[in-house]
Write a protein that binds this ligand. Structure first.
Ligand code: B12
Ligand code: SF4
Ligand code: SF4
Length: 372
């Protein structure tokens, strides 16, 4: 028997799972869209814009075919899931604390989206009475150009910030996909008129590191998100000063986006709230005392911050403390320099201690000089 499902049923099922923004494509159309991105992706990689993210250096062919993930794939559902309201204000960040990007403040979105998308698959199976439905769910974790798929399936457009923007909702959304081995029928035609940035250039002008090479083209090497999450070595002096108060991720190009100021408020799922994770800011001095990986894993269990690893997060905390000239933490910084097993942390800590020498005096100055 040949199974298929109408798009209207998909929409209803998604809405019952709390997903209001869903689109679909047949696999052939999705692959055609992805194929149009191949040259751009190759050039982006060739120019070194993937920094040292090895997972982004894989062959563009891998990023551009749904069959790589589910050989019998017939269709793809795309979901955008809000994680913050467009007008979510940030609490002030006093010295000694670092800012966390909005996407990372609650429970790890990989886990939350996986649960939501798997529930969706279960509901589709029930609706069809077809338990052998072949399906795979993804978010972020596979080489698939998710923004290209979302924007070309009718869910928003790609802004100059490279973010997928839903004109009435804003940018603070995750993208997730469900691949199915059955057809989705009656997929509505794409809306003719797409919104765009117009003459706005806020993101490009306000990016603290000038990471945009051109509209929609990001040099990951310069992006604070990369520098605080994916980079595995110490920060150079320039990188340190550029990350400012960001201890994990960066939201500047989204905070200045007008679509996040006039967007419709869709309440995000509660799991993305601060009560389910680390919240909007971290106490940096206490981070510096985490000496072993097991303690780090326990403290940041089920949050996106695990991605930076212990030494990455301590490095970030040290860089932010240096920017804040926060020498009240000098004892913990000295411990990092003298005791930490990671050369990345030790190098960063030395840099901070040297910077404190420039303005400290008396006992603090003597103590630091003694260990350097
Ligand atoms: C690697 C990665 C990063 C890297 C590199 C980012 C980048 N711009 O490439 C780093 C670590 C820097 C990063 C940062 C962030 N990321 Co990220 N990241 C990814 C990941 C895993 C791959 C992105 C990718 O393929 N990059 C390669 C480039 C070439 O592709 P792209 O930028 O996505 O695609 C656009 C360009 O290619 C451009 N383009 C295509 N053809 C052409 C042709 C021309 C002529 C031009 C000009 C442009 C152009 O349009 C494409 C879309 O069609 C995706 C998940 C995924 N699998 O897609 C998440 C993802 C893009 N990230 C996401 C998020 C939330 C972020 C941050 C906001 C996190 C934060 N707050 O710190 C920042 C935002 C930075 C920014 N402004 O882009 C979300 C974005 C959701 C959304 N609404 O757009 C994604 C989709 C994860 C998810 N599933 O939700 N990220
Ligand atoms: S996330 Fe921050 S550093 Fe990266 S492009 Fe946006 S504003 Fe620039
Ligand atoms: S800040 Fe302006 S230019 Fe950048 S994505 Fe938003 S609307 Fe477009």
């Amino acid at each position: 028997m040949n199974y298929s499902i109408p798009f209207s049923s998909i929409k209803n099922i998604a809405s019952r799972s709390g997903i209001q923004l869903v689109s679909a494509l047949c696999a052939k159309n999705a692959n055609t869209i992805l194929a149009t991105q191949k040259d751009f992706l190759s050039e982006w990689q060739r120019n070194g814009n993937a920094a040292d993210m090895k997972f982004m250096e894989r062959s563009p062919d891998l990023f551009c075919s749904l069959q790589n993930f589910l050989p019998e794939v017939k269709s793809i559902m795309v979901c955008t899931i809000p994680y913050a309201t467009p007008r979510e204000e940030d609490p002030p960040c006093p010295s000694g604390y670092g800012r966390v990007a909005r996407y990372a403040r609650g429970r790890d979105y990989h886990l939350v989206l996986r649960e939501i998308l798997l529930e969706l698959v279960t509901n589709i199976k029930e609706e069809l009475g077809y338990s052998r439905l072949g399906a795979r769910v993804f978010t972020d974790a596979v080489p698939l150009l998710e923004r290209a798929i979302a924007a070309n399936s009718g869910l928003g457009f790609i802004g100059k910030s490279a973010m997928n923007i839903l004109p009435r909702v804003g940018t603070y959304t995750f993208i997730g996909e469900v691949l199915l081995d059955i057809e989705i029928e009656d997929i509505p035609p794409l809306p003719a008129l797409k919104s765009s940035c117009g003459s706005c250039q806020n993101c490009i002008r306000n990016c603290p590191t000038d990471a945009f090479i051109a509209p929609r083209v990001l040099d990951a090497r310069k992006c604070i998100s990369y520098l605080t999450i994916e980079k595995r070595t110490s920060h150079t002096g320039e990188e340190t000063s550029q990350i400012g108060n960001w201890v994990f991720g960066c939201d500047v190009c989204q905070e200045v986006c007008p679509f996040n100021h006039h967007g419709k408020v869709i309440e995000p799922r509660k799991e993305f709230g601060s009560e389910y994770g680390v919240g909007a800011r971290l106490d940096l001095t206490s981070l510096l005392t985490i000496r072993v990986d097991s303690e780090f894993k326990k403290r940041f269990k089920d949050t996106p911050l695990l991605r930076a690893k212990r030494e990455g997060l301590l490095r970030n905390a040290l860089s932010v403390l240096q920017n804040q000239r926060y020498s009240e933490s000098y004892i913990q910084v000295m411990d990092c320099y003298q005791l930490d097993v990671s050369p990345v942390v030790r190098v960063q800590a030395r840099q901070v201690l040297e910077s404190f020498l420039e303005f400290e005096s008396g006992r603090v100055l003597r103590d630091i000089k003694e260990v350097l």
